[in-house]
Design a protein around this ligand. Structure first.
Ligand code: GLU
Length: 279
C-alpha cells in the first residue's frame, strides 16, 4: 500500500523542542518522509533565525524533509482567494471589535465563550468601516453548518469518522485584521495545495480539526485523514512550550546529546497506521 503524504508544519516563533521532534518523527515514520511547511504567516512573531534553527535541528535529528520547504508567507494570495470565495457567498462577516473590546466580551461571564461583533452597535461598525478600519473576518458558523449538512472527519488514531462539532468554536476568525488570514484558513488551503493525505499533529490541535473539516467542505477541498498524536510532557506532566528552552533540541545538542539520545526521550512513534485506508 502506498504511503500517505504527511507534513510537519512548525511556526518559526521559537526553537523546536522535544514535542516538535516527536511530531516530525511521527510525520516521517507514517509518511516515509514528510513535506516541511514553515507556518510563518504571523510576521509579528516569526523570525528567520528560527527557520534556520528548524532546518538545523531536523537535519541533526536525521529527519530530512522531502522537497524544498514551503512557506505560508508566499501563499497569501491563495488564502485571499479562499476568503474571497467565502465572502462572495456571504459565509463570513467583518468584525470591527478591537482587541481590547474582544477581550472584554470574552471575560464577561454572561457571554458565550465565543464573541461576535454584537458588542458594538451596527452604527458603530459602519462608522469604523468608513474610517477605513481593517476588519477581521469571521465565519458565519451556523449558516455554514446548515449549508454543508452532516459532516465527519476521518480519525485514524481512533479508527472512526468523527462528527464535526462546532459548539465550542462559534464564529471563528478566518482572517485577522493584521495578517489577512488565520491559522485555520491557511492550513486547509495548504494541505490541499500540497496534496497532503494524512495530517499528523499533536492532540492539542484535535479541536481545530472540526473547523478545518468544515472549511474543506465550504471551499470544496479534499479532506485528508487525521492522526493526532500524544503530547510530549515535561517531567512534571506539563506540556512543553517554546519559551522553555531547556527542552529545546538545540539545548540537548549543545549539551552533547546525540540524535539517538533525544529520540529515546520521546514516546515510541507509530511506524504504521492502526487502521487501514487507501491513500
Ligand atoms: N504551525 C502549527 C504549530 O506550530 C501546526 C500546524 C498544524 O500541524 O496544523 O503549532
Amino acid at each position: 500500500m502506498p504511503y500517505p503524504v504527511t507534513r510537519f508544519a512548525p511556526s518559526p516563533t521559537g526553537l523546536l523542542h522535544l514535542g516538535h521532534a516527536y511530531s516530525a518523527l511521527v510525520a516521517s515514520q507514517l509518511g516515509d518522509g514528510y513535506i516541511l511547511r514553515i507556518d510563518d504567516i504571523d510576521h509579528t512573531r516569526c523570525r528567520p533565525e528560527f527557520t534556520e534553527a528548524i532546518y538545523r535541528d531536523l537535519e541533526f535529528l536525521g529527519l530530512p524533509w522531502r522537497e524544498d520547504p514551503i512557506f505560508q508567507s508566499r501563499r497569501l494570495d491563495a488564502y485571499a482567494d479562499a476568503l474571497a470565495s467565502l465572502r462572495a457567498r456571504d459565509l463570513v462577516y467583518p468584525c470591527f471589535l478591537t482587541r481590547t473590546e474582544l477581550a472584554d466580551v470574552l471575560s464577561a461571564p454572561q457571554e458565550a465563550p465565543v464573541a461576535t461583533d454584537s458588542a458594538i452597535s451596527a452604527g458603530e461598525a459602519v462608522r469604523r468601516a468608513e474610517q477605513g478600519v481593517e476588519p477581521a473576518w469571521r465565519l458565519r458558523t451556523a449558516a455554514a453548518l446548515e449549508l454543508v449538512g452532516e459532516l465527519t472527519w476521518r480519525d485514524l488514531r481512533g479508527g472512526v469518522n468523527r462528527p464535526v462539532d462546532m459548539t465550542t468554536h462559534g464564529d471563528v476568525v478566518l482572517a485577522r485584521r493584521d495578517i489577512g488570514t488565520s491559522y485555520h484558513l491557511s492550513v486547509v488551503v495548504d494541505d490541499s495545495l500540497d496534496g497532503v493525505t494524512l495530517v499528523t499533529r499533536g492532540a492539542d490541535l484535535e479541536d481545530s480539526t472540526h473547523i478545518h473539516r468544515l472549511l474543506q467542505a465550504l471551499l470544496d477541498l479534499p479532506s485528508p485523514a487525521y492522526f493526532h498524536h500524544d503530547l510530549v510532557r515535561d517531567p512534571t506532566g506539563n506540556r512543553l512550550a517554546k519559551r522553555h528552552d531547556a527542552r529545546s533540541i538545540q539545548t540537548f545538542r549543545e549539551a552533547g546529546q546525540t540524535a539517538e539520545d533525544i529520540i529515546t526521550l520521546l514516546p515510541p512513534a507509530p511506524d504504521s497506521l492502526p487502521f487501514e485506508r487507501d491513500f
